[in-house]
Design a protein around this ligand. Structure first.
Ligand code: UT7
Length: 332
Protein backbone atom coordinates (compact mmCIF):
# COMPACT_ATOMS: atom_id res chain seq x y z
CA UNK A 1 0.00 0.00 0.00
CA UNK A 2 1.41 3.40 -0.88
CA UNK A 3 1.16 6.51 1.30
CA UNK A 4 0.61 9.67 -0.68
CA UNK A 5 1.28 12.97 1.10
CA UNK A 6 -0.33 16.07 -0.42
CA UNK A 7 2.87 18.05 -0.06
CA UNK A 8 5.64 19.07 -2.43
CA UNK A 9 9.12 20.53 -2.35
CA UNK A 10 8.96 24.07 -3.74
CA UNK A 11 12.55 25.19 -3.17
CA UNK A 12 16.03 23.84 -2.44
CA UNK A 13 19.20 25.56 -1.23
CA UNK A 14 22.47 24.50 0.29
CA UNK A 15 25.45 25.92 2.07
CA UNK A 16 28.98 24.57 2.07
CA UNK A 17 31.77 26.04 4.16
CA UNK A 18 34.40 27.58 1.84
CA UNK A 19 37.44 25.55 2.98
CA UNK A 20 38.13 22.77 0.46
CA UNK A 21 40.15 19.81 1.75
CA UNK A 22 41.47 17.56 -0.99
CA UNK A 23 42.67 13.98 -0.72
CA UNK A 24 46.21 15.36 -1.09
CA UNK A 25 45.59 17.46 2.05
CA UNK A 26 44.32 14.34 3.88
CA UNK A 27 47.47 12.45 2.83
CA UNK A 28 49.38 14.92 5.01
CA UNK A 29 47.18 14.17 8.05
CA UNK A 30 46.93 10.35 8.08
CA UNK A 31 48.51 7.32 6.44
CA UNK A 32 46.39 7.21 3.28
CA UNK A 33 46.56 7.92 -0.44
CA UNK A 34 44.44 9.80 -2.92
CA UNK A 35 44.22 6.56 -4.91
CA UNK A 36 42.82 4.56 -1.95
CA UNK A 37 40.23 7.21 -1.13
CA UNK A 38 39.12 7.68 -4.74
CA UNK A 39 38.87 4.01 -5.65
CA UNK A 40 37.29 2.82 -2.36
CA UNK A 41 34.88 5.73 -1.87
CA UNK A 42 34.70 8.03 -4.91
CA UNK A 43 35.70 11.05 -2.80
CA UNK A 44 38.17 13.63 -4.17
CA UNK A 45 37.58 16.55 -1.84
CA UNK A 46 35.28 17.71 0.95
CA UNK A 47 34.52 20.94 2.81
CA UNK A 48 35.51 21.67 6.41
CA UNK A 49 33.88 24.26 8.65
CA UNK A 50 36.21 26.56 10.57
CA UNK A 51 36.40 26.15 14.37
CA UNK A 52 33.41 27.86 15.98
CA UNK A 53 31.15 27.18 12.98
CA UNK A 54 28.43 24.73 14.02
CA UNK A 55 25.51 22.91 12.40
CA UNK A 56 23.12 25.77 13.26
CA UNK A 57 25.34 28.22 11.37
CA UNK A 58 25.47 26.09 8.22
CA UNK A 59 21.75 25.34 8.47
CA UNK A 60 20.90 29.02 8.93
CA UNK A 61 22.91 29.98 5.84
CA UNK A 62 21.13 27.33 3.75
CA UNK A 63 17.73 28.46 5.06
CA UNK A 64 18.50 32.15 4.43
CA UNK A 65 19.45 31.38 0.83
CA UNK A 66 16.25 29.40 0.40
CA UNK A 67 14.02 32.17 1.78
CA UNK A 68 15.77 34.78 -0.37
CA UNK A 69 15.40 32.58 -3.44
CA UNK A 70 11.68 32.09 -2.76
CA UNK A 71 11.08 35.71 -1.70
CA UNK A 72 9.50 34.50 1.54
CA UNK A 73 9.64 36.31 4.86
CA UNK A 74 10.87 34.23 7.84
CA UNK A 75 7.59 35.01 9.65
CA UNK A 76 5.73 32.90 7.05
CA UNK A 77 7.46 29.70 8.18
CA UNK A 78 5.22 27.44 10.30
CA UNK A 79 7.74 24.78 11.30
CA UNK A 80 11.45 23.95 11.15
CA UNK A 81 12.63 20.34 11.31
CA UNK A 82 16.39 19.88 11.52
CA UNK A 83 18.07 16.54 10.87
CA UNK A 84 21.51 16.36 12.43
CA UNK A 85 23.84 14.09 14.41
CA UNK A 86 26.07 17.03 15.26
CA UNK A 87 23.74 19.46 17.03
CA UNK A 88 25.50 22.57 18.39
CA UNK A 89 24.61 21.32 21.87
CA UNK A 90 22.53 18.46 23.30
CA UNK A 91 19.98 21.18 23.99
CA UNK A 92 18.54 23.58 23.04
CA UNK A 93 17.62 22.01 19.72
CA UNK A 94 19.48 23.28 16.66
CA UNK A 95 16.02 24.14 15.26
CA UNK A 96 15.64 26.73 18.05
CA UNK A 97 18.98 28.34 17.20
CA UNK A 98 18.11 28.48 13.50
CA UNK A 99 14.60 29.80 14.23
CA UNK A 100 16.06 32.64 16.27
CA UNK A 101 18.73 33.58 13.73
CA UNK A 102 16.23 33.55 10.89
CA UNK A 103 13.64 35.54 12.87
CA UNK A 104 11.06 32.87 12.06
CA UNK A 105 8.79 34.25 14.76
CA UNK A 106 5.78 32.02 14.12
CA UNK A 107 7.62 28.73 13.67
CA UNK A 108 7.90 25.79 16.04
CA UNK A 109 10.28 22.93 15.42
CA UNK A 110 12.68 20.34 16.68
CA UNK A 111 15.73 18.26 15.82
CA UNK A 112 15.53 14.73 14.56
CA UNK A 113 18.29 12.13 14.90
CA UNK A 114 18.48 9.51 12.18
CA UNK A 115 22.05 9.99 10.94
CA UNK A 116 22.41 9.57 7.18
CA UNK A 117 18.67 8.92 6.75
CA UNK A 118 17.90 11.99 8.86
CA UNK A 119 16.96 14.33 6.04
CA UNK A 120 14.45 11.86 4.60
CA UNK A 121 12.93 11.21 8.04
CA UNK A 122 12.64 14.99 8.55
CA UNK A 123 11.12 15.45 5.10
CA UNK A 124 8.47 12.79 5.72
CA UNK A 125 7.64 14.29 9.13
CA UNK A 126 7.50 17.88 7.88
CA UNK A 127 5.47 16.87 4.83
CA UNK A 128 2.90 15.10 7.02
CA UNK A 129 2.06 18.40 8.74
CA UNK A 130 1.64 20.04 5.36
CA UNK A 131 -0.38 17.13 3.97
CA UNK A 132 -2.66 17.20 7.02
CA UNK A 133 -3.51 20.80 6.19
CA UNK A 134 -2.36 22.36 9.47
CA UNK A 135 0.92 23.82 8.10
CA UNK A 136 1.53 25.73 4.89
CA UNK A 137 5.28 26.32 4.88
CA UNK A 138 7.71 23.91 6.50
CA UNK A 139 11.49 24.21 6.38
CA UNK A 140 13.29 20.87 6.38
CA UNK A 141 17.00 21.19 7.00
CA UNK A 142 19.82 18.64 7.04
CA UNK A 143 23.00 20.02 8.60
CA UNK A 144 26.11 18.36 9.95
CA UNK A 145 29.57 19.42 11.01
CA UNK A 146 31.06 15.94 10.88
CA UNK A 147 34.55 17.33 11.52
CA UNK A 148 33.41 17.96 15.11
CA UNK A 149 33.09 14.19 15.72
CA UNK A 150 35.63 12.52 13.44
CA UNK A 151 38.85 11.09 14.75
CA UNK A 152 41.78 12.40 12.75
CA UNK A 153 43.81 9.47 14.05
CA UNK A 154 41.43 6.94 12.42
CA UNK A 155 42.16 6.81 8.70
CA UNK A 156 39.24 4.43 8.09
CA UNK A 157 36.67 7.11 9.00
CA UNK A 158 38.27 10.55 8.82
CA UNK A 159 38.72 10.44 5.04
CA UNK A 160 34.99 9.86 4.49
CA UNK A 161 33.22 12.87 5.92
CA UNK A 162 32.67 16.55 5.18
CA UNK A 163 30.61 19.44 6.52
CA UNK A 164 27.56 21.01 4.87
CA UNK A 165 23.88 21.85 5.04
CA UNK A 166 20.88 21.74 2.76
CA UNK A 167 17.34 23.03 3.16
CA UNK A 168 14.05 22.52 1.34
CA UNK A 169 10.72 24.29 1.57
CA UNK A 170 7.65 22.05 1.74
CA UNK A 171 4.25 23.44 0.75
CA UNK A 172 0.82 21.92 -0.02
CA UNK A 173 0.48 20.02 -3.29
CA UNK A 174 -2.18 21.61 -5.44
CA UNK A 175 -3.00 18.58 -7.58
CA UNK A 176 -2.85 14.77 -7.46
CA UNK A 177 -0.08 14.82 -10.04
CA UNK A 178 2.59 16.56 -7.97
CA UNK A 179 4.39 16.00 -4.70
CA UNK A 180 5.07 12.96 -2.53
CA UNK A 181 3.70 9.75 -4.03
CA UNK A 182 4.97 7.38 -1.37
CA UNK A 183 7.54 6.92 1.38
CA UNK A 184 9.07 3.99 3.28
CA UNK A 185 11.21 4.03 6.40
CA UNK A 186 12.54 1.41 8.76
CA UNK A 187 15.06 0.99 11.53
CA UNK A 188 17.11 -2.02 12.54
CA UNK A 189 18.65 -1.25 15.89
CA UNK A 190 20.63 -4.48 15.89
CA UNK A 191 23.11 -2.63 13.66
CA UNK A 192 23.59 0.24 16.10
CA UNK A 193 26.92 -1.10 17.30
CA UNK A 194 28.43 -0.86 13.81
CA UNK A 195 28.28 2.94 13.47
CA UNK A 196 28.02 5.11 16.55
CA UNK A 197 29.52 7.72 18.83
CA UNK A 198 29.77 6.09 22.25
CA UNK A 199 30.59 9.11 24.40
CA UNK A 200 28.83 12.29 25.40
CA UNK A 201 25.31 10.97 26.01
CA UNK A 202 23.63 9.76 29.19
CA UNK A 203 25.35 6.36 28.98
CA UNK A 204 28.87 7.74 28.93
CA UNK A 205 28.75 11.39 29.97
CA UNK A 206 31.90 13.32 29.13
CA UNK A 207 34.77 12.66 31.52
CA UNK A 208 38.53 12.54 31.30
CA UNK A 209 38.20 8.78 30.85
CA UNK A 210 35.81 9.07 27.88
CA UNK A 211 38.07 11.64 26.25
CA UNK A 212 41.17 9.48 26.77
CA UNK A 213 39.30 6.51 25.24
CA UNK A 214 38.40 8.65 22.18
CA UNK A 215 34.71 7.95 22.75
CA UNK A 216 33.52 11.31 21.37
CA UNK A 217 34.29 10.29 17.82
CA UNK A 218 32.56 8.27 15.10
CA UNK A 219 33.27 4.55 15.41
CA UNK A 220 32.48 2.41 12.39
CA UNK A 221 32.71 -1.21 11.32
CA UNK A 222 33.02 -0.18 7.69
CA UNK A 223 32.50 -3.56 6.02
CA UNK A 224 29.43 -4.40 8.11
CA UNK A 225 27.80 -1.07 7.29
CA UNK A 226 28.80 -1.38 3.66
CA UNK A 227 27.17 -4.80 3.25
CA UNK A 228 23.98 -3.71 5.00
CA UNK A 229 23.77 -0.48 3.00
CA UNK A 230 24.24 -2.20 -0.38
CA UNK A 231 21.53 -4.77 0.40
CA UNK A 232 19.03 -2.48 2.09
CA UNK A 233 19.23 0.47 -0.30
CA UNK A 234 18.54 -1.80 -3.27
CA UNK A 235 15.72 -3.68 -1.50
CA UNK A 236 14.04 -0.47 -0.41
CA UNK A 237 14.23 1.12 -3.85
CA UNK A 238 12.71 -1.99 -5.48
CA UNK A 239 10.00 -2.25 -2.81
CA UNK A 240 8.89 1.35 -3.25
CA UNK A 241 8.89 1.14 -7.04
CA UNK A 242 7.06 -2.20 -7.13
CA UNK A 243 4.26 -1.19 -4.82
CA UNK A 244 3.64 1.92 -6.92
CA UNK A 245 3.87 -0.08 -10.16
CA UNK A 246 6.66 2.17 -11.36
CA UNK A 247 9.60 0.84 -13.34
CA UNK A 248 13.08 2.19 -12.66
CA UNK A 249 13.01 3.21 -16.34
CA UNK A 250 10.28 5.72 -15.46
CA UNK A 251 12.50 7.51 -12.95
CA UNK A 252 14.09 10.71 -14.19
CA UNK A 253 16.52 10.82 -11.27
CA UNK A 254 17.59 8.96 -8.13
CA UNK A 255 19.18 11.12 -5.45
CA UNK A 256 20.89 8.66 -3.09
CA UNK A 257 22.71 9.37 0.17
CA UNK A 258 26.39 9.88 -0.63
CA UNK A 259 28.35 7.54 1.66
CA UNK A 260 30.34 5.56 -0.88
CA UNK A 261 30.25 5.60 -4.69
CA UNK A 262 30.44 1.79 -4.68
CA UNK A 263 27.20 1.58 -2.67
CA UNK A 264 25.51 3.95 -5.13
CA UNK A 265 26.74 2.02 -8.18
CA UNK A 266 25.61 -1.32 -6.70
CA UNK A 267 22.08 0.07 -6.24
CA UNK A 268 22.16 1.57 -9.71
CA UNK A 269 23.14 -1.77 -11.24
CA UNK A 270 20.32 -3.55 -9.39
CA UNK A 271 17.85 -0.96 -10.74
CA UNK A 272 19.35 -1.11 -14.24
CA UNK A 273 19.86 2.64 -14.46
CA UNK A 274 22.62 4.56 -16.21
CA UNK A 275 24.84 7.25 -14.68
CA UNK A 276 22.81 10.11 -16.17
CA UNK A 277 19.87 9.22 -13.92
CA UNK A 278 21.76 8.89 -10.66
CA UNK A 279 22.93 11.96 -8.78
CA UNK A 280 26.52 11.76 -7.58
CA UNK A 281 28.43 14.57 -5.89
CA UNK A 282 30.36 12.59 -3.28
CA UNK A 283 33.51 13.46 -5.23
CA UNK A 284 33.18 17.11 -4.15
CA UNK A 285 31.64 16.95 -0.67
CA UNK A 286 32.31 13.49 0.80
CA UNK A 287 29.67 12.21 3.22
CA UNK A 288 27.93 15.21 4.82
CA UNK A 289 25.45 12.89 6.65
CA UNK A 290 22.09 14.73 6.88
CA UNK A 291 23.03 17.19 4.14
CA UNK A 292 23.81 14.82 1.25
CA UNK A 293 20.32 14.55 -0.19
CA UNK A 294 19.34 18.25 -0.19
CA UNK A 295 22.80 19.05 -1.60
CA UNK A 296 22.19 16.40 -4.26
CA UNK A 297 18.88 18.06 -5.14
CA UNK A 298 20.60 21.44 -5.24
CA UNK A 299 23.28 20.26 -7.65
CA UNK A 300 20.75 18.34 -9.77
CA UNK A 301 18.70 21.53 -10.19
CA UNK A 302 21.81 23.55 -11.02
CA UNK A 303 22.79 20.95 -13.61
CA UNK A 304 19.23 21.03 -15.02
CA UNK A 305 18.76 17.32 -14.32
CA UNK A 306 15.40 17.85 -12.63
CA UNK A 307 12.32 19.23 -14.39
CA UNK A 308 8.72 19.76 -13.40
CA UNK A 309 6.79 16.48 -13.67
CA UNK A 310 9.85 14.24 -13.27
CA UNK A 311 9.62 11.13 -11.11
CA UNK A 312 12.34 11.32 -8.46
CA UNK A 313 13.48 8.79 -5.87
CA UNK A 314 15.35 9.94 -2.76
CA UNK A 315 16.98 7.12 -0.80
CA UNK A 316 19.29 6.64 2.18
CA UNK A 317 20.66 4.08 4.63
CA UNK A 318 22.70 5.04 7.67
CA UNK A 319 23.61 4.60 11.30
CA UNK A 320 20.98 3.00 13.49
CA UNK A 321 20.53 1.26 11.16
CA UNK A 322 18.05 3.70 9.64
CA UNK A 323 16.65 3.54 6.12
CA UNK A 324 14.35 5.71 4.11
CA UNK A 325 13.05 6.35 0.63
CA UNK A 326 10.68 8.97 -0.76
CA UNK A 327 9.17 8.85 -4.23
CA UNK A 328 7.86 12.10 -5.64
CA UNK A 329 6.82 13.92 -8.74
CA UNK A 330 8.94 17.06 -8.98
CA UNK A 331 6.73 20.12 -8.82
CA UNK A 332 8.68 23.03 -10.29
O1 UT7 B 1 26.86 7.16 5.74
C1 UT7 B 1 26.74 6.27 6.80
C2 UT7 B 1 26.89 4.90 6.35
N1 UT7 B 1 28.29 4.60 6.13
C3 UT7 B 1 28.61 3.87 5.07
O2 UT7 B 1 27.78 3.55 4.27
C4 UT7 B 1 30.04 3.45 4.97
C5 UT7 B 1 30.09 2.01 4.56
N2 UT7 B 1 31.45 1.48 4.47
C6 UT7 B 1 32.32 1.87 3.50
O3 UT7 B 1 32.03 2.74 2.72
C7 UT7 B 1 33.63 1.13 3.40
O4 UT7 B 1 33.60 -0.02 4.21
C8 UT7 B 1 34.86 1.99 3.78
C9 UT7 B 1 35.10 3.05 2.73
C10 UT7 B 1 34.67 2.61 5.15
C11 UT7 B 1 36.12 1.10 3.80
O5 UT7 B 1 36.28 0.45 2.54
P1 UT7 B 1 36.55 -1.12 2.48
O6 UT7 B 1 36.74 -1.45 1.07
O7 UT7 B 1 35.43 -1.80 3.24
O8 UT7 B 1 37.92 -1.25 3.22
P2 UT7 B 1 38.29 -2.12 4.51
O9 UT7 B 1 37.72 -1.50 5.74
O10 UT7 B 1 37.99 -3.54 4.23
O11 UT7 B 1 39.85 -1.94 4.55
C12 UT7 B 1 40.67 -2.47 3.48
C13 UT7 B 1 42.10 -2.09 3.75
C14 UT7 B 1 42.58 -2.42 5.15
O12 UT7 B 1 43.91 -2.82 5.07
P3 UT7 B 1 44.31 -4.38 5.11
O13 UT7 B 1 43.77 -4.91 6.40
O14 UT7 B 1 43.65 -4.98 3.89
O15 UT7 B 1 45.80 -4.34 5.02
C15 UT7 B 1 42.50 -1.09 5.86
O16 UT7 B 1 43.41 -1.00 6.93
O17 UT7 B 1 42.25 -0.67 3.59
C16 UT7 B 1 42.88 -0.15 4.75
N3 UT7 B 1 42.40 1.22 4.93
C17 UT7 B 1 43.00 2.27 4.35
N4 UT7 B 1 44.09 2.37 3.58
C18 UT7 B 1 44.42 3.61 3.13
C19 UT7 B 1 41.31 1.64 5.64
N5 UT7 B 1 41.21 2.97 5.52
C20 UT7 B 1 42.23 3.39 4.74
C21 UT7 B 1 42.63 4.63 4.26
N6 UT7 B 1 43.73 4.70 3.48
N7 UT7 B 1 41.96 5.77 4.54
Amino acid sequence: MSHRIAAKITGVAGYLPPRVVTNADIEKMVDTTDEWIRTRTGIRERRYAEPGVASSHLGTEAAKKLLAMKGISPAEIDMIVVATVTPDMLFPATACLIQDRLGATKAWGFDLSAACSGFLYALTVGAQFVGAGSHKKVLVIGSDVMTSIIDFKDRATCVLFGDGAGAVLVEPATSETEGIIDFAHDIDGSGGCNLYMPGGGSLHPPSHETIDARMHYVHQEGQQVFKYAVRRISELACQLLERNRISSKDLALVVPHQANLRIIRAMQERLGMDDSKVMVNIDHYGNTTAATIPLGLMDALEQKRLQKGDLVLLIAVGAGYTSGAILMRWAY
